[in-house]
Design a protein around this ligand. Structure first.
Ligand SMILES: Cc1ncc(COP(=O)(O)O)c(C=O)c1O
Length: 289
């Protein structure tokens, strides 16, 4: 359930009263980009990485950045405060705006629609950490610019539903015999004691949580590598993790109905997860930008 206050086009207002035009290009064309930013103890987590990615997404769809990082910081801090601080996440979206009618090629000079709202951060159920989550594999049916965090999410939506119908948490995607990522997560795979994730490219979203995993792995003496992971490597891996903003890192313990490793969260996962929690505590009270 979203929290009651939102920010729309420069104004804080009750979410229940927020209105946009049906001619907004986000509604007609999914002509928009977005970010999801976790907030721990009222503090925006890895804000710079999220805002840098937002800027790259906007460049990718030929839009100028409507606000500077400092302006976003003010807007989002104000929103988080109005919604009571604590643990939550911010969803923010920038659309190309509304025009009179519907044209694929947009007219110049549209005013973008800017929107942000908050939700409580879903608590991670203890059994999710104790037992891990299930995943299925599926062909990656998405477009060729997955590095742009676009609201055009129909393939992701269909893939996530396919996973849910199979009683799984995530669909892990394969293309030409290699791992890309999850429908809404970065996938890390432990191979010979090294945590692998495919290199960032147009084929996957550059995950902000992925960078946290890589930094923390370094701290705990676990080597990491950005390298292609084959389907066979994925299926034979002793540990698979999902990294994403709203949950941090989760262990996958069943893949297509078969146990991953011994079917329980692995040793390296436990170490990394502990480092993640410690890192959040360590950041408390430090400037978010
Ligand atoms: C397709 C996809 N990959 C990866 C991620 C993980 O990105 P982040 O860690 O920045 O949340 C997401 C997040 O929603 C996603 O949608």
């Amino acid at each position: 359930m979203p929290l009651p206050h939102c920010w729309l086009n420069g104004r804080y207002q009750p979410l229940a009263e927020a209105r946009i035009s049906p001619f907004d290009r986000a509604f007609l064309f999914a002509d928009a980009v977005y970010e999801v930013i976790p907030v721990y103890g009222g503090r925006l987590f890895r804000l710079r990485a999220h805002l840098d990615r937002l800027r790259r997404s906007l460049e990718g769809i030929e839009m100028a950045s409507p606000l500077s990082h400092e302006q976003w910081l003010d807007v989002l801090n104000g929103l988080v405060e109005r919604n009571g601080g604590g643990d939550q996440y911010v969803y923010l979206q920038v659309t190309r705006g509304a025009e009179d009618g519907r044209n694929h090629a947009w007219p110049d000079g549209l005013a973008p629609t800017l929107f942000a709202y908050c939700s409580p951060l879903p608590p991670i159920a203890p059994e999710m950490l104790e037992r891990g989550v299930a995943a299925i594999t599926a062909p990656d049916i998405r477009w060729a610019r997955r590095d742009i965090k676009s609201t055009s999410l129909l393939p992701n939506v269909l893939l996530k539903k396919q996973a849910a119908r199979a009683g799984a948490f995530e669909a892990i995607l394969l293309q030409d015999g290699f791992l890309t990522e999850g429908s809404s997560t970065t996938v890390h795979v432990l191979l010979d004691g090294v945590a692998h994730a495919p290199p960032n490219s147009h084929a996957i979203l550059p995950g902000t949580t992925r960078s946290v995993v890589e930094e923390l792995a370094l701290r705990i003496g676990l080597p990491t590598r950005s390298e292609a992971v084959s389907e066979a490597q994925l299926r034979g891996a002793p540990e698979i993790w999902l990294a994403f903003s709203t949950r941090g890192v989760l262990p996958v313990t069943r893949l297509d109905g078969k146990p991953v490793g011994d079917g329980r969260p692995g040793e390296q996962y436990r170490r990394l997860h502990a480092a993640f929690l410690a890192y959040i505590d360590e950041l408390a009270g430090t400037p978010p930008l």
